[in-house]
Design a protein around this ligand. Structure first.
Ligand SMILES: Nc1ncnc2c1ncn2[C@@H]1O[C@H](COP(=O)(O)OP(=O)(O)O)[C@@H](O)[C@H]1O
Ligand SMILES: [Mg+2]
Length: 191
């Protein structure tokens, strides 16, 4: 079963409606046909990162429906935004104990496509958060698992914020990085 937290997805988002510079779709569409490694979509607030995630999730669900009709099974995916991910991890740790490493392994290893929205977006970069994000990257990277990451951080911001061992894995030259700067759609005036 795919899992998506209800209430966070734009049910009407569609890849055909993703209004971004052509390089975004030119890169994401081939990647989605054969996803592996990391796809990073970096950009300022309101540029359409979460919308793109919703469109991808909807496309993935459509594909799952289609393949089900012919008796086959399309890969699962997992979408989460950082706030939700952190609160889930903290809750599991307080309920059941366990270390971040093991929890991350449980969450991350079983999902062929993992969509992590708003990487490093929550206000404070505590040691715990550094540890958790590194564990996440390390698990996905080592197994070559398909991972979409969106973030408000630029490439430069990643390099300034994180230890080189995280940066090295995230920006492995086999990964795809799209960095966009533009207007906040939430603040745009429509005619
Ligand atoms: N292609 C699009 N078509 C219609 N609305 C869009 C599109 N991309 C983004 N939006 C809208 O713009 C607003 C900001 O987009 P969002 O994806 O939440 O930005 P971000 O996650 O980058 O902060 C949201 O209300 C979203 O629904
Ligand atoms: Mg967002």
């Amino acid at each position: 079963m795919s899992r998506f937290f209800k209430g966070h997805k734009d049910e009407y988002a569609h890849l055909s409606k993703v209004d971004q510079p052509p390089e975004v779709l030119d890169k994401i569409l081939p990647w989605l046909r054969n996803p592996s490694g990391f796809f990073l979509f970096l950009g300022s607030v309101g540029i359409g990162k979460t919308y793109l995630c919703s469109a991808i999730c909807n496309a993935w669900e459509e594909k799952q429906e289609e393949t089900k009709k012919i008796g086959q099974r399309w890969h699962d995916f997992y979408y989460v935004d950082e706030n939700r991910f952190i609160s889930q991890l903290k809750k599991t740790m307080s309920d059941n104990g366990g270390c971040v490493e093991d929890l991350i392994q449980d969450r991350c290893d079983s999902n062929p496509l993992f969509i992590y929205d708003d990487f490093a977006s929550s206000m404070q970069m505590t040691d715990w958060k550094h540890e958790m994000l590194y564990a996440f990257i390390e698990h996905r990277y080592t197994k070559g698992l398909a991972t979409i990451i969106t973030s408000n951080l630029s490439v430069k911001g990643f390099k300034e914020t994180f230890h080189p061992r995280l940066v090295s894995r995230v920006f492995d030259c086999r990964n795809i990085v799209v960095e966009l700067h533009g207007d906040d759609r939430r603040q745009m005036k429509y005619a």
